[in-house]
Design a binder for this molecule. Structure first.
Ligand SMILES: [Ca+2]
Length: 684
């Protein structure tokens, strides 16, 4: 089934001049002519060759396009160069008097601060493929201003149904790319690096101030807080996992995309040295271009292909703070990375029962801009969670009402909500899943690499030969990032009434995921081959029903996956499947070939009442249609305009996100977030 695209053009009152590519007389086309003229000049200057391509024009993302149109004079850019030309480009910019802060966060990507003429020159340079804004990323955690007292008992573990689970995440390493992590006896940090200057700098493990903002420590705490003595109520999901702290956000919680990319590539380069299994990214910026050209998204895809699971906050742009309306299309970059595990936030109301759980209003909804990917992938409790933060961190000192001080222990506990927290909880769950698979196989080095060690390959080959399996390749792979994602989605529990674009496959069900990970053994492979049951839950082999007992309730697994723009479900999802291979991009349509027998039970994502897919994207439910124009009655004069049925290479254009969502520092729009009841009558 083909992808349906939204063919709309988003215009705001402020921004009504912004027009489609090629539209006659528009600023864009003027800009384009300008750029073409500049490119002719640039080509003549830089490529004195008969082969000079005077028609070349690099793709420019929306943020830079708008900056050019608003006559900005200075730009922070990320230049994606043609393969192999990045070093030359970097040297050229190093010597350019109109360029400063020139760095190369990744091979063939150069970051720099440049003037307008240089930007236009680069746009015409044949070596340049994409010009992106080196956008500010922000952490995805919010405080709230409610007078409701903070909870002193962290109910996280119970709301996850993990109260009887003995944590075993030892030796699993999670890289937290955030604002740093404070030195603390409750957090095992394997290594710390500072990327805020553009280049990695190793930081002493005992640095008490290596998180001036306080967000990264909170994220690390939800993942791995050991919860010793008086900190017990606040223990993290995987208390024996180790943290590698990579600081990219400054003391106000913001940082440059280029530094995030540098940190991701550092993880790829040092994966074996630092034993990194999982990368947690509780940050993002608005989506400014398709995933295929977004350099931050591409960095995430590289990391997944290198065998690391990348878990990312979906964003906190689910609610229009001006109107209190839920809105769709608020996923941030790099949460739109197809192979990432993108996580939305649930308000679990502090209770273990899942029947009262709801997707938090602020949690970003899908689909993703430009590509129309269905995101988030899963949701989990990320609401009002207590985590460690430094005594003098920005968040500690500015949100004292949300703080429980532990000066004797050298830190504070801070209550934060957001998809940042939900991503952190998911990273903790992923660490436990990986360790469970390691214990099941008896191989403590099993990673998300995709290859079981040599010691098992011979045995697997023998099994394949015994049962006449011609292609043994799928059985030789271990727990890949794609497989982890499939396990998390397949065992997730859908929240009644929540749209798939709000919750993905559903709410994380850690115990169900552990049950599947336990099956990761040679004996299990043999049993599956024997019974010809290769399904993910191994129903025949184990008489397993796809359910999990949580507290007093039995919950049903979703048994479906969100695959690109398709919803896939059924009980015949293969345990060892080509789709879980490390090199494959999640959602890639090419994967579903003849070998997959569940392609016939897939369907396009069905859009619910709030969304009309195909022609218009509808914001909230108070929309009137006038001819080709949709006007949203939210008082902000937001207008959706359908331009035409023409399909161009950028199917969606996002308006002024700041105007819609009030992109402001953390906490600034918290008053607009309804303070949901916390379930005071609940025994937990
Ligand atoms: Ca609940």
């Amino acid at each position: 089934m083909s992808v349906k695209r939204i063919d709309v053009w988003f215009l705001t009152g402020m921004n009504a001049a912004l027009a489609v590519r090629g539209m006659s007389g528009s600023p864009f086309s003027r800009l384009r002519r300008h750029a073409v003229a500049a490119s002719v000049l640039a080509a003549a200057l830089m490529w004195a060759s008969p082969l000079a391509d005077t028609a070349h024009r690099a793709t420019i993302d929306r943020a830079l396009t708008q900056a050019l149109e608003s006559n900005a004079t200075n730009f922070r850019v990320l230049v994606t160069a043609h393969s192999g030309t990045g070093a030359r480009l970097q040297r050229a910019l190093d010597f350019n008097p109109h360029a400063s802060n020139v760095t190369s966060p990744s091979r063939d990507i150069v970051a720099a601060q440049i003037d307008r003429a240089t930007l236009l020159q680069l746009a015409g340079d044949r070596a340049v493929e994409v010009l992106s804004s080196d956008a500010l990323v922000q952490s995805s955690g919010v405080t709230w201003t409610s007078t409701t007292p903070v909870v002193t008992d962290n109910r996280l573990v119970r709301t996850l149904g993990m109260d009887y689970w003995v944590p075993n995440g030892k030796d699993v390493v999670v890289a937290v790319i955030d604002s740093g992590v404070v030195a603390n006896s409750n957090l095992q940090s394997a290594a710390k690096y500072d990327f805020t200057t553009g280049k990695p700098r190793a930081v002493a493990g005992g640095d008490l101030y290596f998180d001036g903002y306080g967000h990264g420590s909170h994220v690390a705490s939800l993942i791995a807080n050991m919860g010793a003595s008086s900190d017990k109520p606040y223990r993290g999901v995987a208390p024996s996992a180790s943290i590698v702290a990579l600081k990219v956000l400054d003391n106000s919680g913001a940082g440059y995309t280029s530094n995030v990319i540098a940190a991701i590539d550092f993880c790829i380069a040092n994966k074996y040295k630092l034993k990194i299994d999982i990368i947690n990214l509780s940050l993002g910026h608005p989506i400014y271009e398709p995933a295929a050209t977004d350099p931050l998204v591409q960095a995430v895809e590289r990391a997944v292909q290198a065998g690391m699971a990348v878990i990312i906050s979906a964003g906190n742009f689910g609610l229009n703070p001006a109107t209190g309306q839920i809105g769709f299309g608020g996923i941030t970059s790099p949460g739109n990375a197809p192979s990432a595990i993108s996580v939305g936030s649930v308000d679990a109301r502090g209770s273990q029962t899942m029947t009262d759980d709801a997707v938090a209003p602020y949690s970003s909804r899908g689909p993703t801009w430009y590509d129309g990917f269905a995101k988030p992938d899963v949701v989990v409790n990320g609401h009002r969670l207590m985590g460690i933060t430094g005594l003098s961190s920005y968040l500690s000192t500015h949100y004292q009402a949300s703080v429980i001080g532990k000066p004797g222990a050298g830190h504070n506990y801070l209550a934060l909500s957001g998809t940042s927290m939900a991503a952190a909880v998911t990273s903790g769950v992923a660490a436990e899943v990986l360790k469970t698979a390691r214990l099941a196989t008896g191989i403590n080095t099993l990673t998300f690499d995709g290859q079981l060690p040599d010691s098992q390959q011979g045995a697997i080959q023998k099994l394949c030969a015994k049962y006449g399996v011609a292609d043994c390749t799928p059985y030789q792979t271990g727990l890949t990032p794609n497989f982890l994602k499939a396990i998390l989605q397949y065992t997730a529990v859908p929240i009644a009434g929540a749209h798939m674009l709000e919750q993905g496959a559903g709410e994380l069900n850690p115990v169900g995921a552990f049950e599947l990970a336990k099956r990761f053994t040679l004996a299990d492979i043999e049993r599956r081959l024997q019974t010809n049951d290769l399904t993910l839950e191994g129903r025949l082999a184990f008489a397993t029903v796809p359910q999990t007992r949580i507290g007093n309730e039995t919950v049903n697994w979703s048994q479906h996956l969100v695959w690109g723009d398709h919803l896939v479900w059924g009980d015949t999802v293969h345990f060892h499947d080509a789709a879980w291979a490390t090199h494959l991009v999640w959602g890639d349509h090419l994967v579903w070939g003849d070998t997959i027998d569940w392609s016939d039970i897939t369907q396009s994502v069905v859009w619910g009442d709030h969304l009309v897919w195909g022609e218009h994207l509808v914001w909230g439910d108070r929309v009137v249609e006038q001819g080709n124009t949709l006007t949203v009655l939210n008082g902000a004069n937001v207008v959706w305009q359908k331009i035409s049925n023409n399909v161009n290479d950028q199917h969606l254009v996002w308006g002024d996100l700041k105007q819609i969502f009030g992109l402001q520092p953390l906490g600034a729009w918290a008053p607009g977030v309804p303070d949901l009841p916390y379930g005071p009558s609940d025994p937990y």
